[in-house]
Design a protein around this ligand. Structure first.
Ligand code: PGA
Length: 260
């Protein structure tokens, strides 16, 4: 069966950066920096902090900017006594399309478990948004030769309850933890091998159509200077970009490179 073409997705994860005013400024510069044809070939999402979502949404809508709104986290319940949390419905009402789930910083610094990640993935789908589910190994796990087991285990734990349609629509971000914010990135061959193992697990568990359609991003110190080689790998369908996404020109360049 011919593999359907997967449209790359480049996502800017701003983390805890940008007030709502700075965020508006950034997306305006980003939209000027994009080339007219980029959106036909590449999907782009920006993930501001919660406090900037409404402002960014208003500007994206008013100016019809060619990018989707994303969030960095969500709670799995729809409402209730969960002080400080944000629900899937709240995000969906702001036209959020993509929600990052299980980022390694949430897992490591805020105690997010595979079980919580699975609930969040299901809740994002239930609210008709798309999860970007993150998986990744530590340096110790890589050095012990346990990378694939670790990331495939995280993938399976986070997605066991999904149906094949949801599996096909899911975005997985492979982010080696040792490569995040460190300036060190996986070699394109290493990243490809892990992304291929993730796709093989989806093929085996959920069928050929889901395996062929699932988009897998690479993340971890992606910048314009290394994006082309990573994005050229057959199982890498985009990038989750942290630090470099705070520079609109750099992010636009990564989008442009994803076209080729
Ligand atoms: P980085 O972050 O690009 O700054 O390494 C990536 C991420 O954490 O999503």
């Amino acid at each position: 069966m011919a593999e359907p073409r997967r449209k790359p997705l480049v996502s800017g994860n701003w983390k805890m950066h940008m007030t709502h005013l700075e965020a508006i400024n950034l997306i305006q510069k980003l939209s000027y920096s994009l080339e007219a044809a980029d959106p036909s070939y590449v999907d782009l999402s920006v993930h501001p902090p919660f406090t900037a979502l409404r402002s960014v949404q208003t500007v994206l809508d008013a100016d019809d900017m060619p990018m989707s709104l994303g969030a960095q986290n969500v709670h799995w319940e729809d409402k209730g006594a969960f002080t400080g949390e944000i629900s899937p419905t709240m995000l969906a009402k702001l036209n959020v399309s993509y929600v990052i789930v299980g980022h390694s910083e949430r897992r490591q610094l805020f105690g997010e478990t595979d079980e919580m990640v699975a609930k969040k993935v299901a809740a994002v789908f239930a609210a008709r948004m798309t999860p970007i589910m993150c998986v990744g190994e530590t340096l110790d796990e890589r050095e012990a030769g346990a990378t694939e087991e670790r990331v495939v285990g995280q993938l399976r734990a986070g997605t066991a309850a999904l149906n094949p349609e949801q599996m096909a629509a899911l975005v997985v971000a492979y982010e080696p933890i040792w490569a995040i914010g460190t300036g060190r990135n996986a070699t394109p061959d290493d990243a490809q091998a892990v992304c291929n193992a993730l796709r093989a697990a989806v093929l085996a568990d959920h069928g050929e159509a889901a395996g062929a359609r699932l988009r897998i991003q690479y993340g971890g110190s992606v910048k314009a200077a290394n994006a082309a080689e990573l994005l050229a790998q057959p199982d890498i369908d985009g990038a989750l970009v942290g630090g470099a996404s705070l520079d609109p020109g750099e992010l636009a360049q990564i989008v442009h490179l994803a076209r080729n």
